[in-house]
Design a protein around this ligand. Structure first.
Ligand code: GDG
Length: 472
């Protein structure tokens, strides 16, 4: 019997040490939820880093045993690998380049070599456990070389690859010194998926300009094999968000939070700390809004939740300082004794708190400079059980392609953002409900389970098609 192996940089659990004891914290992320029911079936497996550096072989063995019971297998990374592969090449070379921040990208041979070596390490772990006919689904930009490495070791396996972040236009991608190796690494897959049609188009264009392979309806022929490139917009676990938002606990929390705020209108902003998310630009727009519409002073509060992320990377430290300073400046200028225009939280919260924030927000301000998809805006819509609320969404988020009922803005256009804030705050309830209803219908249908089954079905189709192409 063939099995399915999922491979991602991180496992859907995080290993932690507390008082000398190892504990496993389950991830609530979208991917973990979507794939949860699949990797736990039969012999299926999830392979990835457990989120902690463990040096002693004996402890590694114990962890592997524990994880095996949950259909998981660890890849252990050293401190240097975390620094050079994860923080370095993945997050200081690929992440900025793929999000059109190429001025932030560093190009260092040493980081590239560690990236290659770590991809090889993942390949070795997969090869230890995979049978020749297994299906392997590789995820995201940390593992771009893995599909080809696997293809070499397991030529008959079925390999899918999904990229969660954008794929930039050729003019940006070509700046990478290792552009050819990266594309060749990805082309080892049978099916390569992106969130949007535009990302897929950019990828095909880079393959054509850099390697010389053309494509027909997404099919690329490398001379020895055919593979398909397609778009699969990722959905959320809609039912889960709607159900949590209906619990008594969440309703109670919302009441408490609302009761503590003087302002009647709440604007919500939730992101990981990342320059791609446009957090400073959002604050500038809010500051201009307060200057332009003084009648909203004391009537509106921006609740801004910033989740710590990649704090060992220099650019993220600088961004944190910039955000701290901007919040301080706005509050310093506009606060009254009982009103702070910005309520700023730099930490992460449990799902119930997040859900209460979504419920109470009259406006969600989701304005990334670039985002592969963006799940926060989808979770906001799913949590709006009374259908009241307005989503302001950046055109640069993959989600904007599906959520055309949001107020779509260009995050570089501060005037447009200021106007959108005003429009959202005065929008009649009936109009809010209409837009929210339409977005909810879309997200209910194209949920995370739909995304997984679309990708898996397409992967099976590619294998069948490859066989028929080989025999004709
Ligand atoms: C990458 C791509 C793509 C946030 N704060 C807390 C918390 N969250 C959860 C949200 C949401 C997730 O984190 C963030 O997902 P996003 O999609 O918005 O962004 P990235 O982390 O950058 O994800 C992105 C995604 O991959 C999937 O393909 O959409 O474009 O960049 O689910 O709810 N969760 C909890 N506490 C918090 O404080 N529990």
């Amino acid at each position: 019997m063939s099995k399915l192996i999922i491979v991602s940089n991180r496992l859907p659990v995080k290993l932690q040490e507390k008082d000398g004891m190892l504990t496993y914290k389950t991830s609530e992320g979208g991917l973990a939820t979507g794939l949860g029911s699949i990797y736990k079936q039969g012999d299926n497996l999830w392979i990835g880093w457990p989120g902690m550096v463990v040096e002693e072989e004996e402890v590694q063995g114990r962890i592997a045993e524990d994880l095996k019971k949950e259909n998981m297998h660890p890849v252990f990374l050293t401190e240097t690998e975390i620094k050079e592969f994860y923080e370095g090449f993945s997050n200081e070379t690929l992440w900025p380049t793929f999000h059109y921040f190429s001025q932030y990208a560093i190009y260092e041979q040493q980081l590239w070599e560690t990236y290659v070596a770590v991809n090889q390490k993942y390949c070795d772990e997969v090869a230890k456990l995979a049978g020749p006919d297994d299906t392997i689904w590789v995820h995201d930009y940390q593992l771009l070389l893995l599909p080809s490495m696997l293809r070499e070791r397991l030529p008959n396996s079925t390999i899918g690859f999904f990229q969660h972040i954008p794929f930039p236009s050729y003019e940006i991608f070509r700046l990478l010194p290792w552009r050819r190796e990266i594309l060749e690494g990805m082309l080892g897959a049978d099916l390569i998926g992106f969130h949007t049609y535009d990302d897929m188009r950019h990828f095909l264009s880079s393959v054509n300009r850099i390697i010389g392979y053309g494509s027909t309806h997404g099919w690329i022929n490398t001379g020895s094999r055919s593979l398909l490139i397609d778009s699969f917009p990722m959905g959320i676990d809609y039912e889960k968000y709607a159900e949590v938002a209906a619990t008594e606990e969440v309703i109670k929390r919302e009441k408490v939070y609302r009761g503590n705020l003087v302002a009647k209108k709440i604007i919500l902003s939730i992101d990981r700390l990342d320059y791609s998310k446009g957090i400073p630009q959002r604050l500038h727009a809010f500051e201009q809004f307060l200057a332009k519409y003084p009648e909203f002073h004391e009537k509106v509060t921006l609740v801004m939740l910033v989740v710590p992320s990649r704090d060992a990377v220099g650019k993220y430290k600088e961004l944190k300082e910039e955000v701290d300073e901007l919040v301080g400046r706005i509050n310093g200028r506009y606060s009254h004794i009982n009103w702070n225009p910005v309520q700023y939280f730099y930490r992460s919260y449990p799902l119930e708190t997040l859900s209460a924030f979504y419920r109470m927000a009259d406006v969600a301000l989701v304005t990334p400079m670039r985002d592969g998809m963006n799940l926060v805006c989808k979770e906001y819509v799913a949590s709006k059980l009374d259908q009241k609320g307005v989503l302001i969404l950046s055109e640069m988020a993959g989600a904007s392609k599906e959520l055309s009922d949001a107020l779509l803005i260009n995050p570089n256009d501060i005037n447009q953002l200021v106007d959108a804030l005003h429009e959202a705050l005065v929008m009649p309830e009936e109009e809010q409900e209409q837009h929210m209803h339409s977005m909810q219908e879309t997200l209910k249908r194209f949920n995370i389970h739909h995304w997984v089954s679309m990708f898996m079905n397409r992967l099976s189709y590619v294998k069948i098609k490859q066989l028929s192409l080989a025999t004709t």
